[in-house]
Write a protein that binds this ligand. Sequence first.
Ligand SMILES: [Zn+2]
Length: 244
Amino acid sequence: MPEGPTILNLKNRLVRFKGKTVTEATGYGEMDKTPLHNIKLMDIDAFGKNLIFVFKDFFVTVHLGLFGSVLINKRKKSNASFTLHFGDEEINFYISKTKLINGKPDKHFDYRTDILKEEFDGQYILSTLQQEYAEKMIGDALMEQQLFTGVGNIIRIEALYRAKIHPESLVKDIPEKKLIYLIETVVNYAFEFLEQSKKEEVKEKTLVYGRKNCPKDKSELAIEEMGKIKRKTYVCPKCQKRYQ
Ligand SMILES: [Zn+2]
């Protein structure tokens, strides 16, 4: 599944369509596409794992999900779920979910939680984490999109390893200083991921995701589905402390 930085890269690749007129919108997706015909694309934005096409009175979010993909001026053999046509040019989305929402995206979404936005507010995340997620495992809390918007499994695993925290530690048991360090690590790693994904070398450069041994002490990583979210997790039992 694409993570926040992957979507931000995609947004940057599509930004040249900004200001162009959508001549037609098609695709087998259920969303009514007639409001998009012959109107100007005002902006392209990203919020976490959502790509956002902004029009004057509404916006359309595209979520790529596990199997989604996008092609610019190229087509697959299979039908696109959503296509934006700009005269001779087109953006094709496959196996993606779209939603039309009235108003402006920054009024609809809370940008303070997006790990890649200037508006990201670490203090707000820290207090929400401590107040509303105290009883949760940190490995689960990191995947909550309303709290850590844009975090996916790779960012989650790499940030926990770098911050030396075991994913099964409950939020309430982790010292505040450690939580602050973890939040900083999530953001810093997300920007590293952004740079690496431009060259498609994210998976080459991970420290523990997809690996068998800890790069530091060479001990065997615990690889299993952990927490309530049941996502494959890589943990070094020596480096990552289980707070309790
Ligand atoms: Zn280790």
